[in-house]
Structures are given as structure tokens and as C-alpha cells.
Design a protein around this ligand. Structure first.
Ligand code: PLP
Length: 379
């Protein structure tokens, strides 16, 4: 349990995020001390970790049901041999698909600037990468070739270049601090960036994209919250993919953010075998609402080398949305999106059956139809 005493010091090492980071599992030997590893998993570990980073916090490992080989946390955290098999499938793909996968992730090229920590794809907002480091490397990460591979914390010179880029462009009103996971950076460095951004009059909102409420909720300390609330409006988006991740510890982390006035949203990725059913997704969004987290996006899994085995067809995502919209609280339904090199594109079930002169035929969530006069088209 994450508890604190009057001095805000964690009660135990387990509740201290620095302990969680220092004791994160990066080797097969350490992994075996936490869970039973099958011979196939051990082999996958050796082969896959030559190519992609591996790291999991003891906390996130503790969420795994050890009896279940297909446990949703296990599948997100442990290397799988399919991460390498994807490489051999490329030859069989249609050429447009092959060139996309060959470039590791086609999305990175779009919005690249000459400042390496800034991605500027939409005129009014930028992505600002503070680090390539994460507390836990998700196997489905769309930046998995880069994750953990470069310098641990973006250095001060680069951060200053990022701030200068933003300062020179008054059209930017929204800065999204990302990574890696920006909350693996110490509070003092985060505060440096927040305070510099707040000196720019054109910056209306600052967002932090972090998975720490899921993989290392101990990171959301009272001190962090005290610091962040000085720089409002700050928004946080996190990344819960499965109801099992919404634990008592995660709820305390969210509670602290909300009490500091930070709205918390959630961006899930649709992952085959993890959350690709209506049942799991409905349970997830209901548990998010109980924790007062607003479902924001449901991402169609990116076309990324090494993560293709997580991808479902788009029909799966549309069917999930179809079975949420109208069937549950309106704001429990995330916007399903696919990232293309042109940006995020919404994917929705179709509720317009047809149109005619002066009318439109709609259907509702129960497939009952309704002919409505279309006042915008008097012809
Ligand atoms: C997703 C993304 C954003 C933020 O998009 P919103 O729809 O505003 O949440 C900004 N920049 C880039 C490059 C992105 O990929």
C-alpha cells in the first residue's frame, strides 16, 4: 500500500519511487526472483533484449497473476519472440506496408524539426521529448527502437534549444511533455522546464504524458503535486490498458493529481490478446470513471516493427466503440484514433444510414432508425 506519514516521507522502500527505479528488473536473473519464467520466455528474453530495451518496476511485476501465461501485464512487460519474428514477415507484405515497417515507425518523420527533442506536427502544439528513459518499457511501444537507447536525460543544452524553439513561435499554445517518460526525470528538472514555459505568454496549457501512474504510481508524490500546481493549467494523460492496472496504489496517485487540480485523462492502445474485447474495454472505462480518470483516446496499435503482433484489425476497435457508445456513460467512451503520417485520424462507427432531399436517416445505438429533417439542406 502506498501510504505516507506526516513528513511526506514514504513509509517503506517499496513506496519510494527511487527504490522502484533502482530495483527495476533488467536481467533474467532478477526477473526469475519475481516470477516463474518458462524456457520459451527465457529464450525470448535473450534474443529480444539484444534488440529492444527491457526494464520493469517491481511494482508493475507484482500485478502479474503468476498462474496466467497470458496475463495482460505479463504480455505488456515481458519480451516475446514475436517481436523478432515480425522482421521475417516483412518480405511477404504489400510494398506500401513493407516500406512503412522497414522504416521502424513511419510516424516519426512527420513533424520532425531541427531540434531533436521537438516534434511539431500540428501548428498550435508541440511534442517535447524530455528523455528516452522509462520506468517500464512497454513491449507495444511505438518508439521501441529508441526507448532507453540514447542518453538517459535530455541534457540542459538540448532542453534550452527546445524552449527557444517554442519561444520563437507564438502560434504554439499547447506543449506536450513526453518521452520516454518525463516523470522519470527529477522534479527539479521538470520544474525547470515548466517554469521556463510559463514565462512564455503564448503558452496556454502544458500537458504531461506519463505512464508512471500505471507502472510506478509511487512517483506521484505530494512534493511533485505541490510543485506542479504552481504552473497551472497542467493536464496529465496516462496510459492504462487493462482494468487489472487500476490498483489501490494507482488510485492514490490519481487522487493526489486531482487534488492538485490536474485533470487526468487516459490514452489506451488497442492490443491483441490484452484489451481487444468489449468486455475488457467496458470494465476498463468503468474503472477509470470510478477513479475519476476521463478516457481520452483509444489508439489503434501503430505500425511499428517489433510490435506488429499486438495489432488488431480496425473492425475490432470500431466494434468496441459501437458497443460502448450509447450503452454506457457518454464520457466513458474514448475517441478511437489511428495515427497516420498525416496525423491522428478518428475512426467511428457510422450512424448515418443515408440522406435524401431535405432529410437524413440516422440510427441509434440499438439500430433503430430515425428520419430527421435536415434544416441545413432545404432543397
Ligand atoms: C498526438 C500528438 C499531439 C497531441 O494531439 P492531441 O490530439 O491534441 O492530443 C501533438 N503532437 C504530436 C506529434 C502528436 O503525435
Amino acid at each position: 500500500m502506498l501510504t505516507t506519514n506526516a513528513t511526506d516521507k514514504p513509509n517503506s522502500a517499496w513506496d519510494d519511487w527511487r527504490w522502484q527505479l533502482a530495483n527495476s528488473v533488467t536481467t533474467i536473473e532478477a526477473l526469475k526472483q519475481h516470477i516463474n519464467v518458462s524456457p520459451e520466455e527465457e529464450e525470448a528474453f535473450y534474443q529480444v533484449s539484444e534488440r529492444y530495451s527491457f526494464r520493469v518496476t517491481p511494482y508493475y511485476l507484482s500485478l502479474i497473476n503468476k498462474e496466467d501465461r497470458n496475463d495482460p501485464v505479463r504480455l505488456q512487460a515481458l519480451p516475446n519472440i514475436q517481436e523478432l519474428e515480425d522482421l521475417f514477415h516483412i518480405e511477404q507484405l504489400p510494398s506500401f506496408h513493407r516500406s512503412a515497417v522497414d522504416s521502424e515507425n513511419p510516424l516519426w518523420k512527420e513533424g520532425k524539426t531541427d531540434v531533436s527533442c521537438i516534434v511539431h506536427r500540428y501548428p498550435d502544439r508541440v511534442l517535447f521529448h524530455l528523455t528516452n528513459f522509462c520506468a517500464t518499457y512497454c513491449r507495444h511501444c511505438s518508439r521501441k527502437v529508441h526507448a532507453g537507447q540514447e542518453s538517459i536525460v535530455t541534457d540542459r543544452t538540448l532542453i534550452d534549444k527546445g524552449i527557444a524553439y517554442i519561444a520563437e513561435r507564438p502560434e504554439i499554445r499547447d506543449v506536450l511533455l513526453s518521452g520516454g517518460d518525463p516523470l522519470t526525470v527529477p522534479d527539479t528538472k521538470i520544474e525547470y522546464v515548466l517554469s521556463r514555459l510559463r514565462q512564455l505568454p503564448h503558452i496556454q496549457i502544458i500537458r504531461l504524458g506519463t505512464r508512471t501512474p500505471v507502472t510506478m504510481p509511487q512517483r506521484i508524490t505530494p512534493e511533485f503535486c505541490q510543485m506542479v500546481k504552481k504552473y497551472h493549467p497542467i493536464w496529465i494523460n496516462t496510459h492504462f490498458n487493462h482494468p487489472n492496472e487500476i490498483t489501490a496504489e494507482a488510485k492514490i496517485a490519481i487522487e493526489r493529481l486531482l487534488e492538485a487540480g490536474v485533470p487526468v485523462g487516459n490514452q489506451s492502445v488497442l492490443l491483441r490478446g490484452i484489451n481487444d474485447t468489449v468486455e475488457v474495454m467496458k470494465d476498463l472505462v468503468h474503472k477509470l470513471l470510478i477513479a475519476r480518470v476521463r478516457p481520452y483516446y483509444l489508439y489503434h496499435a501503430d505500425l511499428v516493427r517489433g510490435a506488429e503482433h499486438f495489432r488488431t484489425s480496425i473492425d475490432v476497435g470500431i466494434d468496441i466503440i459501437e458497443n460502448l457508445r450509447g450503452h454506457t456513460t457518454g464520457f466513458a467512451v474514448p475517441q478511437y484514433v489511428i495515427c497516420t503520417p498525416l496525423g491522428k485520424t478518428p475512426l467511428n462507427p457510422n450512424y448515418v444510414i443515408g440522406t435524401g432531399p431535405g432529410y437524413i436517416v440516422l440510427r441509434n445505438y440499438e439500430w433503430r432508425t430515425w428520419k430527421d429533417p435536415d434544416s441545413l439542406d432545404p432543397s
